[in-house]
Design a protein around this ligand. Sequence first.
Ligand code: APR
Ligand code: ZN
Length: 248
Amino acid sequence: MDKNLIKEVAKIIKNSKHLTGFTGAGISVESGIPPFRGINGLWNTIDPTFIEINYFEHHYADSWKDIKKIFYDFFGQAKPNPAHIAFAELEEMGLMKAIVTQNIDNLHQDAGSKVVYEFHGTASTLLCLDCYERFSAQTFKFDPMPPKCPKCGGKIKPDFVFYGEGIPEKAYRMSMIEATESDVMLIVGTTGEVMPACMIPTIARQNNAKVIEINIEPSALTRGTTTHFLKGKAGEIMPEIMKEIKKL
Ligand code: APR
Ligand code: ZN
């Protein structure tokens, strides 16, 4: 770990006027949630068609078999790791104004972060496509499968964005505003390959923000967008940065 770079980045964060976070699946890997791409990436072995919206609509039972296995059988067992906790601390210190996350695992909120824009929605709630009732994933009974609405017997869909669906309007709008207002953006654990999410750091950079990136390997953002790249695990680097910030 490059101690001087950690110190430099800590100073940039401490002196920031409008720091925002931008996170991807990599920030939750140390909480036991596999990423989608890269080392142990889910999509390396599983075809993501099951969360393509047309497939879901025409193959409801089959789609739900994989949705339950991948997103709900272990739901709620993952805990925030030191990286999520550091983000919440930065908000507590009045430095981090908002987080734009691509993640649907609710771990930023579980760590205590209040201003979190879920660009790809959330797995924490489920929607009935017939009566529009919403249910908490924590208490929803998935058996018998495929799930039916407890209220009207209708079809149930998780509240995260499927391939072929639009981005939730408020998350989209607020994320774009945060990207233009940031003077520093802290990016953790994303390949930066998925549109339109990956535009967020690029817009920040185009508005002269410093873009600090933490990843175990370079991403699609590292060359053209990132200004400070820290190679390593989020759960190890973030606490080091926090230590340096507290010395300033
Ligand atoms: N610390 C930091 N970065 C890590 C760690 C770690 N411990 N472990 C993995 N990474 C990095 C990987 O190197 C990779 O760059 O996290 C990134 C994970 O990439 P993806 O799995 O592609 O996650 P993400 O960029 O969030 O994917 C975007 O794709 O499938 C969709 O909707 C899904 O939101 C997701 C979107
Ligand atoms: Zn219903």
